[in-house]
Each structure stands twice: as structure tokens, then as C-alpha cells.
Design a protein around this ligand. Structure first.
Ligand SMILES: Nc1ncnc2c1ncn2[C@@H]1O[C@H](COP(=O)(O)OP(=O)(O)O)[C@@H](O)[C@H]1O
Ligand SMILES: [Mg+2]
Length: 412
């Protein structure tokens, strides 16, 4: 029975559908490594955990790791090591390395707490590249011993590449890493027996293109269409959720619900449903009007959407984060979205030089589209999610033209 879950990746019975995506991905793993880029909160991690769960039946030994918090190349390798450790705790060198690595993490934490230097020797005498290769080889051997192929699922890789760009704005470290990573995937004895699924919500393809490094990721099959549920799937999903908590939804309520969410990603369905569930606790009947009330409260509070803003700040940094905020506010105001020429003017207030402005606008629009904020159609850029748009309008203090709550807000 599916439970209402908001926030952390869903596993087991709580994972709903994505059947077509799973089928396609398993097919690709027969021949390809896959780079899956999709906006945040679309359900990447949940899908990866599902693939990992089913891997044995498909003849794969799978290890899932997320490299979001890896602070440097050795950190990335240590994450792979964690993955290896989760599959085989018996190897003593893996164990001692993992202990060393957690010792290093502790040293970093202590240094941060006390504001002093990190007092810890490099966790291994070996360079990160050699060590990473060794860990992958060990995993490969382990899979072979079990007569399986190896599936390595690595989450949030673009965040890690951005981290390297922060450490070294010249791009040398990111370049070296991406070349190393490609070579690792091409290791001769891995051909045909090791598959990588690399995911993230930032356009790694855009980053690589900007850095002239598309060659380092051209061995991946690009899987770009993990997105919203179809209306049919969203309806079934809501049906299952309502059944699980005994909260029946009649057709008009369901219709209003789907209209409000608009961009039917499972996270937004879960968020609004869970808010409705809280409200129902106060004895109200399910009705379209209740959906409106709960919706308004949700976007006004903003709680669930704040992480979009935080993540954007971290990823873009000043002054690009401010530029992005101006662009988003301009795109949010008209329901049909903003014209490219309007966005040029908006950014022109911040960047006087026309060439520099145009270059920055191209970059930011790329980022905002791959992050799932904006879509473009008929020469306009508009919010992909009406829910996120209403949140943005509220946050930026603009009126809310699409909500039924404009009058109420005006009273405050
Ligand atoms: N297949 C699914 N079934 C049910 N809920 C899902 C599913 N995929 C995602 N979700 C919802 O979306 C939220 C975010 O999912 P997650 O996998 O963490 O997304 P991402 O990794 O893309 O940011 C989960 O907490 C859950 O509410
Ligand atoms: Mg995730």
C-alpha cells in the first residue's frame, strides 16, 4: 500500500509506477551507460533505488551512491568506497580505508567546529585516481564472482562537478576529473560487464559544453525525459493515496487538484495531498474549495519550495543567483510567461554590456530550464509548475493572478 511521503526518496511499496522508464533503462543497460538529467524533485533518487532493488533479478549487482556531499576528488572516491563496502564488508583493505575515511571526515568536522586547521593525514598514500580505479575493479570482481554484471548508480554528479569548479575556477580539476571518469568507464575489462547510471538535476551536458568537454560524456546515452506523471498515472496515484488513508476524492475535487498542481510530478502531488490530509483532520469535507484553501496556504508558506531557492543560491552563487531571481520574477508575472526581449531588458538593468548580457542570459536560461523552473514555448519563458509560480509570486511580493486568493491577499 502506497503511503503519503513528502521529501525523502520513496522506496519499496511507496514507489509508484515509472514502469515505462524502468523498462527503457533496463534495456539501455544492456548496451549503454546512461546519463539521466532531470529537474530536482522529479523522482530520480527514488527511481535509482528502485532499479537497485530490482538489479539482482536483472542479473546485476548494484551499488547506489550519492556524491552530493563529496568535497573533492578523494571524497568522490570515498563515496564509491562506501558503495563497495555496502556490498562486501569482508575485504579488510576496504574496511581500513573506510575507517580512515571516516576518521578524515571527523577531523574535518572537528576543524570546522573549532575553526582550526584539519589535522589529518591524507586518508591513503595513493592518488585518488588510482584508488578509484581499484575500488571499481574490486566491485567488478565481486560481481563476476556472483556471475553478475555490475551496475553503479551515482547520484548528484553535476553538483560534484560544480564543486570542483568552485575549488578551481580555471576548470582544470573538473576537466581532469571528467577525463578520469570517462577512462574509468572505458576500462577494457569492464566493457560489457559494468554499467553506470549517472544522474543529477543540473545540466551536466550544458556545463560540459561550456567547458569544451562534451567528449568526456559522449559515451553516455542521454535520458532526458524523466518528468511529470501523465494525467492518467497521476489520477491512479491519487486514487491509491486516497485509498490508503481513506480520504475519498470525488471527480470535481480530483479535477481541481490536478489543475492546481499543473505539472504533475509525484512530489507536488504528494505535497498537496499531504496538506489536504492535514486539513481533513479538522473535519472538513473534501471539495474543490478545500483544495483551493489548502493550496493557497501551501504556496504562501512556501516551506516545500524553499529548497529550490536554497539550492539555486548554492549552485549559482553571487551575482548569478540574483540575476536568476530577477529573471524568474519577470517570467512569473504574466501567466503566459515573459518574452525573450523582456528578459533581455531585465538583465540589462544588471549588466550593461550587451554581449556580456546576452551570454549570461543564455547561460541562466539554460540553467533555469534544466533545473525545472522554466519552459519555453512560442518565444516565451514561463514557469513549468503553476504551484512553483504561485509560490514565487508570493515570495517576490507580486499579486497572484492565477489564484482564487488575490482578493484575500489584497485585504492583508
Ligand atoms: N515513484 C514515486 N512514487 C511516489 N512518490 C514519489 C515517486 N518519485 C518521487 N516521489 C515523491 O517525490 C519526492 C522526491 O523524490 P526524489 O526521488 O528524492 O526526487 P529527486 O531525486 O529527483 O530530487 C519524494 O519524497 C516523494 O514525495
Ligand atoms: Mg535526489
Amino acid at each position: 500500500m502506497v503511503a503519503v511521503k513528502v521529501g525523502a526518496a520513496v522506496i519499496g511499496d511507496d514507489f509508484f509506477n515509472r514502469e515505462a522508464e524502468q523498462r527503457r533503462l533496463w534495456q539501455h543497460f544492456e548496451t549503454d551507460h546512461v546519463l539521466l538529467l532531470a529537474p530536482r524533485r522529479v523522482g530520480k533518487t527514488s527511481l535509482m533505488l528502485k532499479l537497485s532493488d530490482d538489479a539482482a533479478d536483472k542479473g546485476f549487482l548494484a551499488a547506489y551512491v550519492t556524491v552530493e556531499s563529496a568535497t573533492d576528488e578523494m571524497g568522490f572516491v570515498m563515496k564509491l568506497l562506501d558503495g563497495a563496502r555496502s556490498l562486501d564488508k569482508s575485504k579488510s583493505w576496504l574496511k581500513s580505508l573506510a575507517n580512515l575515511a571516516s576518521g578524515a571526515q571527523k577531523a574535518v568536522r572537528n576543524a570546522v567546529r573549532k575553526g582550526g586547521p584539519v589535522e589529518f593525514r591524507d586518508p591513503t598514500a595513493e592518488p585518488w585516481g588510482t584508488l578509484g580505479q581499484k575500488v571499481a575493479t574490486e566491485l567488478h570482481k565481486l560481481a563476476a564472482k556472483n556471475n553478475k554484471r555490475l551496475l553503479l548508480l551515482v547520484d548528484e554528479v553535476p553538483v560534484f562537478v560544480l564543486q570542483l569548479l568552485k575549488l578551481d575556477p580555471s576548470g582544470d580539476r573538473a576537466r581532469t576529473f571528467l577525463h578520469w571518469f570517462r577512462e574509468l568507464r572505458q576500462t577494457p575489462e569492464f566493457i560489457g560487464t559494468v554499467r553506470w547510471l549517472v544522474t543529477g538535476s543540473i545540466g551536466l551536458d550544458n556545463i560540459a559544453r561550456r567547458m569544451g568537454l562534451t567528449r568526456t560524456i559522449n559515451d553516455f546515452y542521454m535520458f532526458n525525459d524523466l518528468g511529470a506523471f501523465t494525467e492518467e498515472h497521476a489520477r491512479t496515484f491519487l486514487g491509491v493515496l486516497s485509498e490508503s488513508v481513506n480520504l475519498p476524492m470525488d471527480e470535481p475535487t480530483m479535477k481541481r487538484f490536478l489543475e492546481r498542481v499543473g505539472w504533475l510530478i509525484p512530489f507536488h502531488l504528494q505535497v498537496l495531498f499531504s496538506a489536504l490530509l492535514d486539513e481533513r483532520g479538522q473535519g472538513k469535507a473534501m471539495a474543490p474549495e478545500l483544495v483551493d484553501v489548502v493550496y493557497k496556504r501551501l504556496v504562501d508558506r512556501g516551506h516545500y519550495f524553499d529548497h529550490w531557492v536554497e539550492r539555486q543560491r548554492e549552485e549559482l552563487q553571487a551575482p548569478d543567483d540574483q540575476h536568476a531571481i530577477h529573471l524568474l520574477t519577470a517570467a512569473a508575472r504574466p501567466p503566459e510567461g515573459a518574452l525573450h526581449s523582456t528578459l533581455e531588458v531585465v538583465l540589462g538593468h544588471q549588466i550593461a554590456d550587451v554581449d556580456a548580457r546576452d551570454q549570461k542570459l543564455r547561460y541562466l536560461l539554460d540553467v533555469l530550464q534544466s533545473d525545472g523552473y522554466l519552459v519555453t514555448a512560442e518565444g516565451r519563458y514561463r514557469f513549468r509548475s503553476p504551484m512553483l509560480r504561485d509560490f514565487w509570486l508570493h515570495r517576490s511580493g507580486s499579486a497572484n493572478p492565477s489564484g482564487s486568493n488575490g482578493a484575500e491577499r489584497a485585504k492583508r
